[in-house]
Ligand binder design. Structure first.
Ligand SMILES: Nc1ncnc2c1ncn2[C@@H]1O[C@H](COP(=O)(O)OP(=O)(O)OP(=O)(O)O)[C@@H](O)[C@H]1O
Length: 318
């Protein structure tokens, strides 16, 4: 659905996107992640045609964005909804009026606007707030209004630029659940920009990690977090503290495997005690994944690694 190949983007002489190649499939929830200044918003703006790109290709539904003329671009953007960190609502208009705006601009008739707006405000759980003004709403409710407004023109794609960054953790989760529901119910592809790893873990099926405009990771979310490579670990600022003596073996528990009592079974069958020196279990994209580091004596290395090799476990000696 969105195919990006060897995309470069400069501001003046500064390269802010460097050789980006990714494919985003229809119906996917895709996260673009990175620290401040990584180029996330720039990439998002290239996808909706708000920003020109220097070279490379960016196709949405098989159409090259940079070859669209003004009129085609306007039509193209109709197919893309967008939500922002600070909601971008008009303060002097009611919730209902805010949501009607895109349809009014496109000249829809009053009765279809009314039908659509009521339907969407119900979908986002704001049927009691039609006549409220933005200042009377909580942050989460404001984002719900913005989501309803972004869906009025029935887009295929919803772009979210840090849409939960101004919200507390519980409200963030409720907005992410709403986005998931929209993705499933309306089959809308969602591309979200965020600097929050928790957001990625909660919602994204696939993620792109950007650093200074370069791709440093691009994979299924579980894979990225389950077995992070050196760059990813550095990115997450995460390092296990492990003993200097003996042998440290790291075991990875992929989804659906995390609760298996592998370590206790191994201890029993090998009649050996292990020191568990580091471990983590977490929920990523509704699956539990995790890893654990055990410390063993040097002389037990062969018997333990032989045992692990005979089981369906991802592992490494650190
Ligand atoms: N209009 C512009 N003109 C010149 N430089 C720009 C412009 N917009 C962004 N940049 C630069 O491009 C780089 C990427 O910016 P971008 O906003 O895409 O990063 P980001 O990852 O979204 O960061 P943040 O999370 O802080 O919004 C930064 O170095 C920024 O200073």
């Amino acid at each position: 659905m969105i195919n990006i190949k060897n995309l470069n983007k400069y501001y003046g002489k500064t390269k802010v996107l460097d050789d980006i190649s990714i494919d985003i499939k229809k119906g996917e929830i895709f996260a673009i992640v990175g620290h401040s200044g990584a180029g996330k918003s720039t990439l998002l703006r290239c996808i909706n045609g708000l920003e020109e790109y220097s070279d490379g290709s960016l196709k949405v539904n098989n159409r090259e964005i940079k070859s669209l003329n003004k009129k085609e671009l306007k039509e193209f953007r109709k197919n893309i909804g967008m939500i922002f960190q600070h909601f971008s609502l008009i303060q002097r208009k009611t919730v209902y009026e805010n949501v009607t705006l895109p349809m009014q601009l496109w000249g829809y008739d009053k009765s279809s606007i009314d039908k659509k707006v009521k339907e969407l405000l119900t979908l986002v759980g704001l049927e009691q707030k039609f006549n409220s003004y933005p200042k009377e709403l909580s942050g989460g409710q404001k984002q719900r209004v913005a989501i309803a407004r972004a869906l009025t023109l029935e887009p295929d794609i919803l772009l979210s630029d840090e849409a939960t960054s101004a919200l507390d953790p519980n409200t963030t989760t409720s907005i992410l659940n709403l986005l998931k529901q929209i993705n499933e119910k309306l089959n809308i592809t969602i591309v979200l920009v965020t600097h929050e790893m928790d957001v990625v873990k909660q919602i994204a099926q696939k993620a792109l990690l950007l650093e200074h405009g370069n791709i440093i990771g691009f994979d299924d979310t579980e894979e990225l977090f389950l077995k992070p490579d050196k760059k990813m670990k550095h990115f997450l600022g995460e390092n296990e503290v492990i003993p200097n003596n003996g042998v440290n073996i790291k075991l990875y528990f992929p989804k659906d495997n995390a609760y298996q009592s592998f370590i206790t079974k191994m201890a029993r069958e090998l009649n050996m005690d292990f020191n568990i020196v580091w471990g983590k279990l977490e929920e990523i994209n509704t699956h539990i994944v995790g890893n654990m580091v055990i410390n063993i004596n040097e002389e037990d290395k062969k018997i333990v690694t032989d045992y692990i090799k005979n089981h369906d476990i991802i592992w490494e000696v650190l």
